[in-house]
Design a protein around this ligand. Structure first.
Ligand code: ATP
Length: 259
């Protein structure tokens, strides 16, 4: 079974293609990062996968189901990019994380005890169990990011999608995130991570796709450690071609540093 399969996905805004013929496969327990400079199309690919960006061409399957027929969204935990968890009404940390259980409660109606246990475990995983009753507005940016991660974990997802989860967050939160993501992968969850740099997540991510101006220009092993000085050596993808070609050319520039 594939968790995600996209084939030739193209997204255009105002007649301009911002993502061209993107093909990506993600299997259970696999971790893949989408990398690339600002505006290269990373978030657009994620939004297309989630059904939030309209396709100009191509097709997407989620859990072996065509996306238009896919209804099991509770299998997907999504941590959006740089979203304040607090809207107009201040919610407590516990309430925000509990929102991650709503789909489960509506569809399956498990015991409330089970919901409370999952919410508590999710808060524990991100080190915020002791802040559950506090308003999210009282938390730092890094702590708010942890709340979003806990909310995604509370869905008990088979696919976890994180969009730039490490931007603007402290080193402790990054380390916690790496731990949480590593735990989920070991439990069989697939992870799709959008990031400029892997940082502490480099040891948990196996495969990377590099986007440039809407094209996937590389698919292969993720850079390890300090990727700024690395050049990928396997499966590079020439500009404008699909990522599954059998090519052996190494890009003549340092694409990992292209931020
Ligand atoms: N709803 C939209 N309407 C018009 N243009 C859009 C829309 N969403 C994205 N774009 C454009 O599509 C391109 C790709 O944007 P996208 O957010 O996918 O890039 P990204 O790689 O995620 O960048 P960043 O790291 O800055 O988030 C950009 O030029 C962006 O301005």
């Amino acid at each position: 079974m594939s968790i995600i399969e996209t084939h030739g996905v193209t997204v255009s805004y105002g007649g301009r293609a911002v993502l061209r013929e993107a093909s990506l496969t993600l299997q259970p327990g696999e971790s893949v990062s989408l990398m690339g400079a600002n505006g290269s199309g990373k978030s657009t690919l994620v939004r297309a996968i989630l059904g939030l960006a309209p396709l100009t061409a191509g097709k997407i399957e989620l859990f072996d189901t065509p996306q238009r027929r896919f209804r099991d969204w509770k299998r997907i935990g999504y941590v959006p990019q740089r979203l304040g968890v607090a809207g107009g009404v201040p919610s407590t940390v516990g309430e925000v994380v509990a929102a991650g259980r709503l789909a489960h409660r509506r569809l399956l109606m498990p015991s409330r005890k089970r919901d409370r246990a999952v919410i508590s475990d999710s808060l524990e995983a991100v080190g915020l169990a002791h802040r559950a009753t506090e308003a999210v507005t009282t938390l730092s940016g890094g702590q708010q990011q942890r709340v979003l991660i806990a909310r995604a974990l509370a869905t008990e997802p088979d696919l976890l999608i994180l969009d730039e989860p490490t931007v603007g967050v402290d080193a402790d939160t990054q380390a916690t995130l790496a731990e949480v993501v590593g735990d989920r992968i070991r439990a069989g969850c697939a992870v799709l991570l959008v990031t400029h740099e892997l940082g502490p997540l480099s040891s948990t991510v196996e495969r990377a796709l590099m986007l440039s101006e809407g094209d996937i220009i590389y698919e292969g092993p993720a850079p390890s450690g300090d990727h700024d000085c690395e050049t990928p050596e396997q499966h590079p993808v020439e500009q404008g071609e699909h990522c599954h070609g059998d090519q052996t050319t190494v890009p003549d520039r340092n694409i990992w540093g292209a931020t």
